[in-house]
Design a protein around this ligand. Structure first.
Ligand code: BGC
Length: 760
């Protein structure tokens, strides 16, 4: 029988102050505490996000001690590239089953921090540089896990976008940027999926620890977004437990050895009012415990079946970055496979998400299994620390000799484990030098060269123009080898697209001058211009744009239509796009919808993603995809009104195959009745008054009535009407009296009074 809210209330009433304070922190690394006297059980949590890292014995949060054997699914860098809600649903349901089988109440994920810089060491675990994509995909994952009566822990809330000094560094960011870039993914996930728990991050925001930030944990999360679940700390993120409790942090993880529980106990004794907050917290903790305990579904999970799911997910996620027609390969050609990643794929990242796998399939084992003939040379060590120069050179020479004899060379390149991990950031975007050297040498042979990449975040590819194809496998989970082989031999038509931009060089990245370069403060100086929002607004060249990915077939974007051409605040518009598969094989296309604000009401990115759909289209057939837009799809966060705002005017709807490959467009007219407060003082600028329909006529009448300007030919030549309008825009009205205006001070003051009345 499920515990009702009133039963939980009864339990809280029966608990002593000591018992309540005891519940506020973990028993150990992974468990909550019991309240034995009242029969309250304890539950276990485990990492997350792309597999189960259940530690039965010694616990740690950096993936150092062994956990139980489990299936490693592709990391979020890969699954995000699927742009496919169905894929995330399958992943979530499968993980939910594994958690039930292993008696894990809550999986610590998804991790959805925005990829502010490609250097963040943990980007492989995160979803995207785009908040809409990150929010939509994670909401699906959460709903799917939770459909199995298992909780999720949406993390790391918020602005934890670097590893450098993550426990003590302050992310200094203005409110508009937080609301438009760093918070919406969490907002979408909370509103659409109500995660059972949220994990607050280690860092500070504008000088205040996130765990102690009432504005974020209470006002934004609970009051504005309606979050009903429990907030837990990241492991070791609590600085002042009493302040954290007051701000809304329910559970401190892991154990505090009783120290912080005692501090709360003393604080409640001094300030009995605090017990109300404590009671609320205990209610939330017990609700979470019983939501799991009352819904236990015992079972065991099937490793083989889940391995197959891991492969299928990766097949939906692999991104074909470049292909001059060399792919798919034909099984008969003489292939040389080069690179240690072909035998030892890098399929996951380091740190708390590290899975103890039982069955990793490499490309080499997949090729053998399928009976495809190939020759192999290691080419380089997947990790070359401790190797001598001569050992490294010998491998290059051996691989080069093999490549000379082949028709087609498939190089498995990528980043070593030590290059990217939780706990520290990357220093550069380069592949190891010996990999670049080897690829350059092989490319110069004039053979067909295909490069497969195993990495968790963007890399630069100095040889990209010289090779025939590049396949981004990302950190593709334990079945990555099979998935890659299926893609390169055409058994699977690739359909992934990049959920992040690949820049041409590190120096081009928006946060280059202000990323992880100060021990205490990180200034989010690029503001809302993150990822493609920056590159596209600045029309900069990139290596591969956001949303880019090729297929073995071709798609023609036939038409776009809208259900209405104009709409207002509470209405929606349906956008229908027709796409045709014009090639010879079946395929899936990811259709993207971007909005471009033409109202000039604020500084905005050239375009922003507001819709995406992945659709299967058989060769020669067409399919329709639909998107629904509302006011929020057009809006920016206006800090004058502390709300989302879309000005009346025109918005362009751009339909594309990537952010740089826009195929169709439509224009919508939007009308809002939302009023922006206008304060009238002598310093208010004329342009602001003229743009507000409440005040425009008053000012216009005044200037016309008191103009002492002669409209002679010479003055028209010197200054056109447009120039006049532009100058007038920024003119404080107090200056009107000095400029071509014969009104008296009294007449001016009378007009100001009228304006004030109009905006009241
Ligand atoms: C990580 C979390 C993780 C936790 C438990 C922390 O260091 O930041 O993502 O869930 O450890 O392993």
């Amino acid at each position: 029988m499920a515990h009702s809210d009133s039963q939980i209330e009864e339990l809280v009433k029966k608990m002593t102050l000591e018992e309540k304070c005891g519940l506020l922190s973990g028993l150990d690394f992974w468990h909550t505490k019991t309240v034995e006297r009242l029969g309250v059980p304890n539950i276990m949590v485990s990492d997350g996000p792309h597999g189960l890292r259940k530690q039965d014995l010694a616990g740690d949060h950096l993936g150092m001690n062994d956990s139980i054997k489990a299936v490693c699914f592709p990391a979020a860098c890969a699954t995000a590239s699927s742009f496919d809600r169905e894929v995330l649903k399958k992943l979530g349901e499968t993980l939910g089953d594994e958690c039930q089988a292993e008696d894990v109440s809550t999986i610590l994920g998804p991790a959805i921090n925005i990829k502010r810089s490609p250097l963040c060491g943990r980007n492989f675990e995160y979803v995207s540089e785009d908040p809409y994509l990150a929010g939509e995909l994670s909401a699906t994952y959460i709903n799917a896990v939770q459909s199995k009566k298992v909780g999720t822990s949406l993390k790391h809330f918020a602005l934890n976008n670097q590893e450098y000094r993550r426990l003590t560094n302050s992310s200094n960011c203005d409110e508009r940027t937080m609301r438009e870039i760093y918070l919406p993914a969490f907002e979408i996930a909370v509103k659409k999926a109500q995660p059972a728990t949220i994990m607050h991050s280690y860092n500070l925001i504008n000088g205040e620890y996130v765990g102690e930030c009432k504005w974020l944990l209470d006002q934004v999360l609970r009051q504005e977004w309606g979050f009903k679940g429990l907030v837990m700390s990241d492991w070791g993120a609590v600085s002042d437990r009493v302040r954290a409790l007051e701000a809304g942090c329910d559970l401190e993880m892991p154990a505090s050895r009783g120290v912080n529980d005692k501090k709360v106990l003393e604080a409640v004794k001094k300030n009995p009012e605090l017990e109300k907050t404590l009671d609320k917290t205990c209610r939330r903790i017990l609700r979470w415990v019983y939501d799991f305990e009352d819904n236990r579904q015992k079972g065991c999970f099937d490793f083989e079946a889940h391995h197959k799911i891991a492969r299928e997910i990766e097949e939906e996620s692999i991104v074909l970055l470049k292909n001059d027609g060399v792919l798919p390969l034909n099984e008969g050609s003489k292939i040389a496979v080069i690179g240690e990643f072909a035998e030892k794929p890098r399929f996951q990242g380091g740190g708390s998400s590290h899975i103890n796998t039982k069955n990793v399939t490499s490309a080499i084992s997949a090729l053998k299994e399928k009976g495809i003939a190939f020759d192999y040379a290691k080419g380089f060590f997947s990790e070359n620390r401790g190797k001598s120069e001569s050992e490294i050179k010998a491998l290059i020479d051996e691989a080069f000799a093999l490549a000379q004899k082949a028709e087609t060379v498939v190089v498995f390149a990528g980043l070593p484990d030590s290059f990217e991990s939780e706990g520290y950031d990357r220093k550069h975007l380069d592949l190891p030098a010996e990999q670049n050297e080897l690829i350059e040498k092989i490319a110069a042979l004039g053979k067909r060269v295909i490069v497969i990449l195993h990495n968790g975040s963007p890399v630069v590819l100095p040889w990209v123009e010289k090779v025939n194809a590049v396949v981004e496998a990302y950190l593709g989970g334990e079945a990555v080898g099979e998935a890659v082989v299926n893609v390169i031999f055409g058994k699977v038509n690739p359909s992934g697209k990049l959920a992040e931009t690949f820049p041409l060089r590190l120096e081009d990245t928006p946060s280059f001058t202000c990323f992880a370069n100060d021990k205490t403060n990180t200034n989010y100086g690029e503001g809302i211009f993150v990822g493609y929002r920056y590159y596209d607004t600045r029309k900069m060249k990139v290596l591969f744009p956001f949303g880019h990915g090729l297929s073995y077939t071709t798609f023609e974007y036939e038409s776009v239509s809208v259900s209405k051409k104009s709409f207002s605040d509470n209405e929606t518009v349906e956008v229908t796009v027709k796409v045709k598969n014009t090639g010879k094989v079946d395929g899936k296309e990811i259709v993207q919808l971007y909005v471009s604000d033409k109202t000039a009401s604020a500084s905005r990115p050239a375009k922003e993603l507001k819709g995406f759909e992945k659709v299967f289209i058989a060769a020669g057939k067409s399919a329709e995809v639909k998107f629904t837009l509302d006011k929020r799809s057009l809006a920016w966060y206006n800090t004058d009104i502390h709300d989302w705002y879309a000005a009346s005017g025109k918005y362009e709807i751009l339909i594309g195959a990537s952010s740089r490959d826009i195929r169709l467009s439509e224009t919508l007219d939007f009308t809002t009745s939302q009023k922006i407060p206008l304060e009238i003082t002598p310093d208010t600028c004329a342009g602001d008054i003229l743009r507000d329909e409440r005040t425009a006529k008053i000012l216009r009448d005044f200037t016309e009535a008191h103009s002492d300007q002669e409209e002679g030919e010479s003055s028209k030549e010197a200054i056109s009407q447009e120039m006049r309008d532009e100058m007038f825009d920024g003119l404080p009205i107090r200056n009107l009296l000095m400029m071509g205006n014969n009104a008296t001070q009294e007449e001016f003051e009378e007009m100001v009074e009228k304006l004030k009345k109009a905006v009241k």
